[in-house]
Design a binder for this molecule. Structure first.
Ligand code: UD1
Ligand code: UDP
Length: 358
């Protein structure tokens, strides 16, 4: 049994780290890195720190418009499939790398396995929504992180090949938070970035909906951050860096601390140590939820509706007033955490067993 795994963006390296570890004893896996993310701290650092096998293929596609980037990936993944003749092609999430991998395989009649199937924002303007809907409809195995995701697929007539395994990101948080906490060098991150645990807020911003509004849109968000009582630490995604720097320079904001993207181990420590998370990231919303850190999601909808229960996560419009109001006046309900909507932390093993028929 040979599995070809296609990854390309930061969250996919994190998800693949735990699934790869579960696949290793059961089958042969070859990793293909499309090159969608390529900076050292957006790519290599995850392979080095999380024990992910070196990619067998580096496609080096890099950045570009959606069509160019996806098209280049499609061409190069197809060549790899033709050479390797895998039994299964495995993809994660909803990026352009996900769609390109799935489409290349499907056209060559290689069955596709999709981890994080069934997620929906019902906002078809999002490139991610287009990628995930299309990928789900050409997948043979659909691994749902939640029961809601299975219901979403059912509404679209997809029931065959669907399993609710739980969320592989819960597996990775449970495993790597312990690893990070046990590492004295990593624990210095608070000192290194100049924050005190529980006396700062952590933010990330990278969605097209956020950055498409240019510096004005980022400034609307930053005006809210500036008025919060704790410093706001932002490991800034390269997509947003220039806009964020310009906004801070023009407005002289002093409560916002931009730092370069950090590795996953540091990020888990920074998330667990924050008194609040503010983000447009899909993955970070959930990590905050897993670690019981209140989260304000800077979007008008979320795919991860379970996190909204008990106000552990609340949605904020991208206006200064709404962000400030929600950030200052939301109190999560500790009693609302009894169920385990994201599984038991063993999603990766379940996926590996289903795929390898063990
Ligand atoms: C992509 C995914 C998004 C995911 C995110 C995770 C798509 C359509 N979007 O968004 O779903 O949430 O990854 O982080 O697939 N850049 C660099 N260095 C890098 C990578 C990117 O400088 O290593 C810059 C480039 O200017 C690039 C921009 O960031 O044009 C956007 O990168 P891209 O991969 O197209 O989209 P993301 O915003 O990262
Ligand atoms: N992350 C990280 N370093 C950072 C910022 C984020 O390791 O500087 C991790 C974060 O903990 C989460 C994942 O990257 O596991 C989320 O990726 P991102 O927000 O880029 O994408 P999304 O989840 O929105 O697709």
């Amino acid at each position: 049994m040979k599995i070809l795994t296609v990854v390309g963006a930061r969250p996919q390296f994190i998800k693949a780290s735990v699934v790869s570890a579960a696949l290793r004893p059961l089958c042969e896996e070859l990793i293909v890195h499309t090159g969608q993310h390529y900076d050292q701290n957006m790519s290599d650092i995850f392979f080095e720190e999380l024990g992910i096998p070196r990619p067998a293929y580096q496609l080096g596609v890099g950045s570009g418009s959606h069509g160019r980037q996806t098209g280049e990936m499609l061409i190069r993944v197809e060549e790899v499939i033709q050479r390797e003749k895998p039994d299964i092609l495995l993809v994660y999430g909803d990026t352009n790398s996900t769609l390109a991998g799935a489409l290349a395989a499907s056209k060559l009649h290689i069955p596709v396995a999709h981890v994080e199937a069934g997620l929906r924002s019902y906002n078809m303007r999002m490139p991610e929504e287009q990628n995930r809907v299309l990928t789900d409809h050409i997948s043979t195995w659909l691994f749902c992180p939640t029961a809601t995701a299975r219901e979403n697929l059912k509404k679209e007539g997809i029931e065959k090949g669907v399993s609710v395994t739980g969320d592989v990101m819960l597996d990775s948080v449970l495993h790597f938070l312990e690893v990070a906490r046990a590492n004295p060098k990593k624990r210095k991150i608070y000192e290194e970035v100049g924050v005190e645990p529980k006396r700062y807020r952590l933010a990330t911003l990278h969605r097209a909906e956020t950055t498409d509004g240019g510096v004005e849109a980022v400034t609307r968000i930053f005006r809210a951050f500036e008025q919060l009582p704790d410093p706001v630490l932002i490991p800034i995604h390269p997509r947003t860096r220039a806009l964020a720097e310009e906004s801070i320079r023009e407005n002289g904001f002093s409560n916002i601390r931009l730092i370069a993207p950090v590795g996953y181990l540091e990020m888990l420590l920074l998330t667990s140590g924050a008194c609040q998370v503010l983000t447009d990231s899909g993955g970070l919303q959930k990590e905050a939820y897993f670690m019981e850190v209140p989260c304000i999601t800077l979007r008008s909808e979320t795919e991860w509706v379970e996190t909204l229960h008990g106000n552990w996560n609340v949605l904020a419009d991208l206006t200064t007033e709404d962000i400030l109001q929600k950030a200052l006046h939301t109190t999560p309900d500790p009693a609302a955490r009894s169920s385990k909507p994201f599984g038991d932390g063993h999603a990766s093993e379940q996926i590996a067993h289903i795929l390898c028929g063990a």
